[in-house]
Design a protein around this ligand. Sequence first.
Ligand SMILES: C[S@@+](CC[C@H](N)C(=O)[O-])C[C@H]1O[C@@H](n2cnc3c(N)ncnc32)[C@H](O)[C@@H]1O
Length: 373
Amino acid sequence: MPDPPARPGGWRAWRNRLAASRGFQSWASRMPVLRGRARREGAALFDLVAGFAQSQVLRALVELEILHTLREGPQDAADLAPQVGLTEDRTRLLLDAGTALGLLERTRGGYLATARGAALLGVPGLEAMILHHEVLYRDLADPVALLRGTAETELAAFWPYVFGAGAAEDPGQAARYSALMADTQALVAEEALRHLRLDGVRHLMDVGGGTGVFLAHAARAAPGARLTLFDLPHVADAARSRFAAEGLAERTTVVPGSFRDGPLPPGADAISLVRVLYDHADATVAALLAKVAAALPPGGRVIVAEPMTGGARPHVPGDVYFALYCLAMRTGRARSAAEIAALLAAAGFADIRVRRTDRAYVTGVVEARRPLA
Ligand SMILES: C[S@@+](CC[C@H](N)C(=O)[O-])C[C@H]1O[C@@H](n2cnc3c(N)ncnc32)[C@H](O)[C@@H]1O
């Protein structure tokens, strides 16, 4: 089939012809007014070209625990080499690469973590997340095959394996990744609760609530509320233990079940779905939201919190990272707040509000209510 004729691009087409011309690039790089912009554009392009190498340097620093080692005091390459099992030259190469990335700095006593490098260690779950990217990295090796859907992906098997057959074979690994889920859920809970008011809620049910981190945080934002966690049976014990440890056992009920099977338990005046929808296809999400609506009273509230794409204004966390991550998972997709709002409207929800969160790389938040009549 012949290519469809290109639509006229107007002045942008003219701009793009200019930007792509080697002669113009060379001229712009010498012109006083344009020189700074040309340099910034070149550097931004090179960041895209080399971004994967930056991520791999980060991974090596995390894997070798170099940021931990250099958090409190400086060391030079010769000191560090035997600890990390590399030659002195290669250790220096890695330390210089980490310095170039702003994670380390050179001081008189040797290399030391920067505030950014140290901050990375304080973000719950971030090191585990960086390490598990080895799986995603392999899936991204052929991005076109990934986009065509012709490649088998490792990530599709990874999470089901870790919490399924793998949990029996390697309980340590299952525990590590449960901790990753729980750690990152704490970040999502904190960010979502910064943009939500739960003070009027009498009974909050968290569907797909995992081991209960979101409810444990929400308990503080809704002090008098009853709390119900609904999830598949395999997480029930861990959730009960968490609630007991946090002194919440009296206020909480754990209901094991699948939202694919029957209706959701009634009784809650608010239902949260935290990092649940993006794991599922549109038809599953539509059926789930219909069950959420059926379980809520008129005026009842649904809260969706998960990383979202930017919709009309694509952004890197949502439209690059989470969109590709979900593609490699092969079960759902990252959606924009507008797409989630449309699914909520189709399930009969009204008063739909998109909360502006400041950290798209942690979560977005959309809320809605069942109409009163
Ligand atoms: C990505 S995890 C999110 C867990 C938690 N909300 C969080 O943010 O960490 C998705 C959760 O949905 C649960 N889930 C998946 N399918 C389910 C189903 N059919 N019924 C109930 N829960 C389900 C999983 O067990 C898991 O806890």
